[in-house]
Design a protein around this ligand. Structure first.
Ligand SMILES: O=C(CO)[C@@H](O)[C@H](O)COP(=O)(O)O
Ligand SMILES: [Fe+2]
Length: 223
């Protein structure tokens, strides 16, 4: 299956959000990546329900919601009601991760778990079969426009090997510092979905950059 591209609206122009959403609607992108930050789990605050509901009103593609918040359980149903298709919680923010994943599924969404750069993928072994997606953070969460951490490539390879036996359908998403230069290596390492903020919205033509990212021919790269 062709890899998925999820432009991160964190890098969009919030004063022209509808324009940027419509650009993504008409592009080769697959999902909208929606970064929710609470100022507690991460040292930054992005936006909450009113903005997400406004995004949902205009978006014609699924919302891939990345919750960088403590106590995500408290808000699963509200994020589902606000239009999330995928809800990803952080491993580091969940005491009862299995229960949280069940709650995401009960709310009718795909369930994802995100790992900070320091968190080993092996910690997901006993829950991998219950997940739809694992999001491997390739920067420390909290900000767009950061530099890609190269160790991510090892983590992706390890996760791909684990998923081959435990959950072959798993979507392996990578988030942070992804661009046209490292995308090929990331595909080869096993990632199947790519978040990109700066690489898209700071490009001369964001829509063309989405097409370049989407159509990078992984077939020409030896997987
Ligand atoms: O979750 C996050 C940051 O915490 C990301 O989704 C960023 O928004 C990605 O931005 P770039 O690194 O691609 O600019
Ligand atoms: Fe994100």
């Amino acid at each position: 299956m062709k890899h998925l591209i999820a432009p991160s609206l964190l890098a969009a122009d919030f004063a022209n959000l509808q324009r940027d959403i419509e650009m993504v609607n008409s592009s080769d992108a697959d999902w909208f990546h929606v970064d929710v930050m609470d100022g507690v789990f991460v040292p930054n605050i992005s936006f909450g329900f009113p903005v997400m509901e406004a995004i949902k009103k205009h978006a014609t593609k699924p919302l891939d919601v990345h919750l960088m918040i403590v106590n995500p359980d408290q808000y699963i149903e509200r994020f589902a009601a606000a239009g999330a298709s995928v809800i990803t919680v952080h491993y580091e923010a969940c005491t009862h991760l299995h229960r949280t994943v069940q709650a995401i599924h009960a709310a009718g969404c795909k369930a994802g778990v995100a790992l900070n750069p320091h968190t080993p993928v092996t910690l997901l072994k006993d829950i991998l079969a219950d997940l739809d997606l694992v999001l491997v953070m390739s920067v420390n969460p909290g900000f767009g426009g950061q530099k890609f951490i190269p160790n991510t490539l090892h983590k992706l390879r390890e996760l791909k090997a684990m998923a081959a036996t435990l959950n072959p359908e798993l979507i392996i998403e990578v988030d942070g510092g992804v661009d046209i230069h490292n995308l090929g290596d990331l595909i080869q390492a096993g990632a199947t979905a790519f978040v990109a903020g700066n690489a898209i919205f700071a490009a001369t033509s964001p829509k063309e950059m989405i097409s370049e990212l989407k159509n990078l021919n992984a077939g020409l790269l030896k997987v």
